[in-house]
Design a protein. Sequence first.
Length: 332
Amino acid sequence: MTSMTSSEPQKLPSISVSVRSYKRYDNLLKLIAALRAQDHPDFEIVVIEQSHLSAEQRAPLDAMAEEDPRLRILYSEPLGVGGSREAAWINARKELVVIIDDDDIPLGNDFLSGHARNYLDPLILAVTSRHVYSPDEVCGYKHRNQARRRCLRYNLWGYPHTYCRFDERIESVDWVHGSGSIRKSVLERVGGWDRNSKDQDEHPLCLPLQKVMKPGERLVFDPSIKLLRRKDIPGGASVRFDGSKRIYESWIRYYHDIVLKHRPIRSLALYPIFPVAAAVSATRWIWTDSMIHHGVADRLTDSVKTVASSPLWYVSELARFAKSRLGADKKS
């Protein structure tokens, strides 16, 4: 047997591409085509399709799966945000899990191999690719220092900054975006996704991961891998088409259900910040990500309504949280 020399290239790890799909049939077909064209030598595509598709709609998907052994279509009732993530990685058979939703498209046929190359470093546990809104987009932020400092970081009270449209590599970040990649062994280490999570589904995974990472292990942001994010497509979780009340509630639930659980002492000390932070996040959404607001007047009016209504929304969410905790205590 010939021994491997240092000049021989290392074998890239195998990849399971986990596609979460719901009510975006046409875009799913485009995504599958882009994935099948990837140049990585060892990958599979696992689609968790949760729409109620007719036999006619299923036929092209089934035909592609029959033609290409790398493709598996798993039909399911709607599983929710966390449930579909959990189903996808449990059904993955390869070393790495690349996560992608049906409203995203990888740019270039080296998207998967770009992810895989990072994992030649055994201390890299997860990778987030750069998000762009157009193929020729330059850095998506005016303030580069702020983007560099905040890219995929948690702040003091647990708010997850994203800044995934940045164009510089960051060698150590706090969390992996839900459109990134992760070693399957790491998912097994932390017990996978929380199947019951409804919003912010990355963080029930990433917050406990921080506690079990070994010295030198890290998560990275690699802007050389690009993912085209479609902001104009409804369906799926439809976050960009929700109202500000729904956004506010999702952030309060994030603080109550996730941050308090994983950062209890710090969270209790900083608890008064949570309602304010949720109101700020909902207002920011109106001005940056909403697809239902049009024009300055519309955004300004709803911003004022959001700030004025947020105390009532908070009381409602606090009652929900207290009720859920009492129910959990009774069961235990």
